[in-house]
Design a protein. Structure first.
Length: 114
C-alpha cells in the first residue's frame, strides 16, 4: 500500500500540460518521478507514466497522481514541476528541495512514454 505524502508542487500550467499529455496518449497510469542518467552528465529528475509499486510514495496534485520511490524521495525531497512554453522552449522544468545535481532546475524535459 502506498503512503500518501505532499511532495509535489505544480507551477502554473504544469497540471494542465500533464493532463493534456496523458489524455492525448490515452494513459491512465500515474506519473513516476525518477532519476534520469544520460551517461554524459549529472543525474536529473524525469517524468514518465508507470505502474505503482508496493513501496512507492504517492502524491496527488490537481487531480493527478504522482509516484516516487522512497530512495528518490530521500535524495530529492520536495519536487516542484513547472511548465515552460516559450519560443524554442517547451517542456517541464523540475526542481527538487535537495538538488540532485548542479544543473537541477535548469534543463527542460518531456514526459517519457513508451
Amino acid at each position: 500500500m502506498q503512503k500518501l505524502i505532499p511532495v509535489i508542487i505544480l507551477g502554473p500550467g504544469a497540471g494542465r500540460a500533464i493532463s493534456a499529455f496523458l489524455a492525448e496518449k490515452h494513459i491512465i497510469q500515474p506519473i513516476r518521478i525518477d532519476l534520469n542518467f544520460t551517461g554524459c552528465c549529472d543525474a536529473s529528475l524525469s517524468l514518465r507514466p508507470d505502474d505503482a509499486r508496493e513501496d512507492d510514495l504517492l502524491s496527488e496534485a490537481e487531480g493527478l497522481s504522482f509516484i516516487i520511490s522512497p530512495d528518490v524521495y530521500d535524495l530529492a525531497g520536495e519536487i516542484e514541476i513547472n511548465y515552460v512554453d516559450e519560443a524554442g522552449r517547451t517542456g517541464f522544468v523540475i526542481r527538487s528541495g535537495k538538488p540532485v545535481s548542479e544543473w537541477d532546475g535548469f534543463g527542460i524535459c518531456d514526459i517519457k512514454s513508451s
